[in-house]
Design a protein around this ligand. Structure first.
Ligand SMILES: *Cc1c(COP(=O)(O)O)cnc(C)c1O
Length: 450
C-alpha cells in the first residue's frame, strides 16, 4: 500500500486544492486519508486524527456511520439519480415532507440545489423575482452584515464580507448594503451579549429605514458568523430583525448552511429567536456530511407569487443537474432519522456542557482574548495583547502553528486566522473533547510563545 508521501507526490502533480496557496505544500504536507470511522480519520502511514472540525462543518454522526451507509447502499441499488424536472422520487418527497415538518412554522416549500453557495444564489434570485412578480420593480438590492460569509460563487461572495475571500473579485461583484455586525466580540467591558446585539441593531434599523424601497432581502447567518472567525451574537438581534423586515416589507434570508442541524444547540438557530425567515438555506449537515445537497425552504405566499399561467413568465426557471439527487436525499433522511431515534438535540446538551467546562480555563491564557460558545461550537480568539486586544498580524499565521501541532498529536484542528475552534461531530465522547482541549492548549502555547 503506498505511503502518505507517495500519495502526496501524485496529488501535487495533478490537484489544485480548495482555499489553499499551493506553494505552502512545499513545506506543509498534504494529508492523504485512507479511511474514516466515527470521529477518526486514518492516513496511509497509519496515523489517526480526531476530526475536530467535522471536515469543514459537514459531518454530524461520524465518518462511515453504519446507519447512513446502510441507507445509501439500499438507495444505490434502487435509484442513483433521476431528473427532478417533471419527475420525482420517493427520497425527495419524504425528505421535503420532513424538512417542512422540522423547520420553523410557515416554511412549507422546499427547493433543492446541490451545494451551499447555490442555495444562497437560489434564495437571492427567488427574493428578487418575488418582488418583480409583485410589481415592485425597484427592489434590486440586498442588505448583508459585515464579517458575514455566504459562499464563493459570485452573488454569494457579493453578499459576504470576508475580505480574504472577496477583495480580489470586488470588480466582478454586485453592490450590496453592508451593515455593521452584531458580533459580540466588540461589546464594551461589562456589556451583555444581549445589550450589545440590541445596540448594534439600531444600525440595521437605520439602513432599512433609508433603503427599504430598493431592498429585496436582508441575508444573515443566524447566531454564528462561522467563516468570519466564529464570531457570535445574541438571538435578540434576529427577533428584532424579523420584526423590522416585516415592518419595512423586506425578506429575511436565514443562511443556516453551517448552523442548521443542531450546531447552535437547537435544531435550527432561528428557533432561539422564535422566528420564521422568508427563506432558509440548508446544506452541510443536511446529509450528515456525506454528499453535496442543499435546500431552500420558503413560504406558501412566496411560492404563490410564482404560480400562474406559463405565459405570465413568473415561473422560477432555475435548476442544477443534480437537483434533489436521490442518494443525497436518502443520506439526509438517514441523518434525520438519527436525530429522532437518538434524541440528538437533548443528548448533545451533555457534550455542550463538557465543551464549556473543558474550554473555560483557556480564557486565562495570556494570549487568549475570549472563549465563546454557541451550542456545539466553541471558539478561542488568540491576540497579541490581551489587555488592548491587539490582534496578531495575519502574516504571522499563528493559527497554522496550532494546526501543525494538532496533526502531530492526532487531531484535525483547522483554525480560522487566529481563532482556534472545536466544531466536532456529535458522536464525539467527553474524553475525546478533553483530549482535544489539551492538544489545543499545547498548540496555543507553541503558537504564542514568541
Ligand atoms: C459553507 C457555507 C456556505 C457555502 O456552502 P458551500 O457548500 O461551501 O458552497 C454558505 N453559507 C455559509 C454560512 C457557510 O458556512
Amino acid at each position: 500500500m503506498p505511503t502518505n508521501a507517495e500519495w502526496m507526490a501524485r496529488d501535487l502533480k495533478v490537484l489544485w486544492h480548495p482555499c489553499t496557496q499551493m506553494k505552502d505544500h512545499e513545506w506543509l504536507p498534504v494529508v492523504p486519508i485512507k479511511r474514516g470511522k466515527g470521529v477518526w480519520l486514518e492516513d496511509f502511514d497509519g496515523n489517526q486524527y480526531i476530526d475536530a472540525v467535522s471536515s469543514w462543518w459537514v459531518n454530524l454522526f461520524g465518518h462511515c456511520n453504519p446507519r447512513i451507509n446502510a441507507a445509501l447502499v439500499d438507495q444505490l441499488e434502487t435509484l442513483e439519480h433521476v431528473i427532478l424536472g417533471g419527475f420525482s422520487h420517493r427520497a425527495v418527497v419524504e425528505l421535503s415532507e420532513q424538512l417542512v415538518e422540522i423547520t420553523p412554522a410557515g416554511l412549507d416549500r422546499c427547493f433543492y440545489a446541490d451545494n451551499g453557495s447555490s442555495a444562497v444564489e437560489v434564495a437571492l434570485k427567488m427574493s428578487f423575482h418575488y418582488w418583480q412578480n409583485c410589481g415592485q420593480k425597484k427592489k434590486t438590492r440586498f442588505v448583508t452584515l459585515s464579517n458575514s460569509y455566504h459562499g464563493e460563487t459570485l452573488a454569494a461572495l457579493a453578499v459576504g464580507d470576508v475580505a480574504l475571500y472577496k477583495e480580489t473579485y470586488e470588480p466582478l461583484l454586485m453592490d450590496v448594503i453592508t451593515v455593521p455586525s452584531p458580533d459580540c466580540y466588540f461589546r464594551e467591558e461589562g456589556e451583555s451579549w444581549s445589550d450589545y446585539s440590541e445596540r448594534q441593531f439600531e444600525k440595521m434599523e437605520l439602513a432599512l429605514e433609508k433603503h427599504h424601497q430598493e431592498v429585496c432581502a436582508v441575508i444573515v447567518e443566524p447566531l454564528i458568523q462561522c467563516a468570519g472567525n466564529m464570531r457570535m451574537y445574541h438571538p435578540i438581534y434576529l427577533t428584532k430583525l424579523r420584526e423590522a423586515c416585516d415592518r419595512y416589507g423586506v425578506h429575511l434570508i436565514a443562511d443556516e448552511i453551517a448552523v442548521g442541524f443542531g450546531r447552535t444547540g437547537t435544531m435550527f438557530a432561528c428557533e432561539q429567536a422564535k422566528i420564521t425567515p422568508d427563506f432558509m438555506c440548508l446544506s452541510k449537515g443536511l446529509t450528515g456530511g456525506y454528499l453535496p445537497l442543499s435546500a431552500v425552504m420558503t413560504s406558501t405566499p412566496i411560492y404563490d407569487a410564482f404560480y400562474d399561467d406559463y405565459e405570465s413568465m413568473k415561473a422560477f426557471l432555475h435548476s442544477h443537474s443534480f437537483t434533489g439527487n436521490p442518494l443525497g436525499c436518502r443520506a439526509a433522511l438517514a441523518t434525520l432519522d438519527i436525530f429522532r431515534t437518538d434524541d440528538v438535540i437533548n443528548a448533545n446538551q451533555q457534550l455542550i456542557d463538557v465543551m464549556k467546562q473543558a474550554c473555560a480555563p483557556l480564557a486565562d491564557h495570556p494570549h487568549v482574548a475570549e472563549v465563546r460558545q454557541h451550542g456545539m461550537v466553541v471558539a478561542i480568539e488568540l491576540v497579541k495583547n490581551k489587555k488592548s486586544r491587539e490582534a496578531y498580524p495575519w502574516q504571522e499565521r499563528r493559527g497554522l502553528k496550532v494546526y501543525q501541532h494538532a496533526l502531530s498529536r492526532g487531531a484535525l484542528l483547522r483554525p480560522l486566522g487566529n481563532v482556534v475552534y472545536l466544531m466536532p461531530p456529535y458522536v464525539i465522547t467527553p474524553e475525546q473533547i478533553h483530549q482535544l482541549v489539551e492538544i489545543m492548549l499545547e498548540g496555543i502555547h507553541i503558537a504564542t510563545r514568541d
